[in-house]
Design a protein around this ligand. Structure first.
Ligand code: KG4
Ligand code: ZN
Length: 345
């Protein structure tokens, strides 16, 4: 195998992204460019991602992102060896926009097309950034995802468990709104919690003692809502200290659940394999969460790998690299590739 250049596209949620990744003869990836155009401002007035608005914005921005990614990498389209695109899971309008754009590029250049599972993109990122050997344990925690995966190979994932309702990032965002803190909620809660007492309010740890690695965060969010309402009813409002104590209590509950379930996930780790714990997703930026996971990894004699945040959150470099990892195991897709709103690993 020689050096290859892969163009990746991603448009499954609220980021439009394109990237060029160079794959060397040993399969190692180098990110030559990674362009991400967010849509936060477009959805700001609606309290969440509006699928129709997202789809239109993706359709408008994709070609510009591709142009920018090629220009930043100083690679003309004619030199690209393959086109990779997120084909699901995600908001279908956005996924369709990406798939259509990738098909056009593939048809125009005659280069092979690879439809990639978005979750596989996240799950394989530690191999792009840190060349982590298979197998490894992966915790994906973002605004949209929350699951434990044992990654055995480019197309071999054991799902060990995940949230049965909200993703933690979603819970951080909703709790921030309840406490009158700005969006995105994660960083706001983390900052606010620094001056809070995590033990002042008793908040639940749903499913903590349940077997397996499933998690639940929606009851925790409701408990914060009730506690807030009680503070307001008792004292006529929420003081800064109430805010900080609630933020700290909420964050401590998330930390405890993630740490305990991570410890449990290690029970599924194959004996005698090199041990690694990788994290991805925006929530992995949270310092107390990161510290707790790092401590579990140390207890479990596992290396702890957290790729740089720009590659942990949604991006197209992970899609290009995942296609390269998988290309040895499967054939390319053709113009019948379809966009899949649901696509479990
Ligand atoms: O992976 P990501 O950028 O996007 C998707 O979910 O697709 O994750 C965004 C989520 C948001 O919910 C945000 O509040 C959360 O990650 N987040 C954090 C922190 N930074 C971002 N949550 C907790 N602590 C943080 N420091
Ligand atoms: Zn994602």
């Amino acid at each position: 195998p020689k050096t290859r250049l892969i163009l990746g596209l991603e448009s499954s949620c609220d980021d439009t992204a394109a990237a060029v990744v160079q794959i060397d003869d040993e399969g190692r990836g180098t990110v030559l460019s990674s362009v991400v155009a967010g849509q936060t401002a477009l959805h700001a007035d609606f309290g969440g991602v509006v699928p129709e608005i997202a789809a239109r914005a993706h359709a408008e921005k994709l070609d510009h992102c591709v142009e920018d990614a090629l220009a930043e990498a100083s690679v003309p389209l004619s030199q690209i060896d393959a086109i990779a695109v997120t084909a699901g899971p995600g908001l279908i309008g956005g996924v369709v926009s990406g798939v259509m754009c990738a098909k056009g590029l593939s048809a125009a250049t005659g280069k092979p097309l690879y439809g990639v599972n978005h979750l596989a993109g996240h799950a394989l990122t530690p191999r792009l950034t840190d060349n982590v050997p298979y197998p490894y344990l992966m915790l994906l925690v973002s605004g949209g995802h929350c699951q434990f995966l044992l990654v055995r190979g480019p197309e071999s994932f054991d799902r060990l468990g995940g949230t049965i309702d909200d993703a933690p990032g979603e819970a951080f965002d909703k709790v921030a709104r309840l406490l009158g803190l700005p969006q995105p909620g994660g960083p706001a809660i983390e900052r606010c919690a620094e001056t809070g007492d995590p033990n002042r309010f008793a908040l639940p740890r749903p499913l903590l003692d349940r077997d397996g690695c499933d998690m639940s965060f929606s009851g925790l969010k409701t408990a914060v809502l009730r506690t807030r309402d009680k503070c307001v009813a008792d004292a006529g409002g929420l003081t800064r200290q109430d805010q900080a104590d609630l933020a700290a209590g909420f964050q401590a509950a998330v930390v405890e659940v993630l740490a305990k379930k991570t410890r449990r996930a290690f029970a599924s780790y194959p004996a005698d394999a090199p041990r690694g714990l990788c994290v991805a997703g925006g929530v992995a930026a949270n310092k107390p969460i990161r510290a707790a996971l790092e401590a579990v990894a140390a207890e479990e004699d596992a290396a702890f790998i957290a790729p740089p945040l720009a590659l942990c959150t949604d991006n197209a470099a992970m899609i290009a690299f995942a296609a390269a990892e998988q290309s040895g195991l499967r054939s390319a897709d053709d113009l019948t590739l379809s966009a899949r709103p649901r696509w479990p690993l």
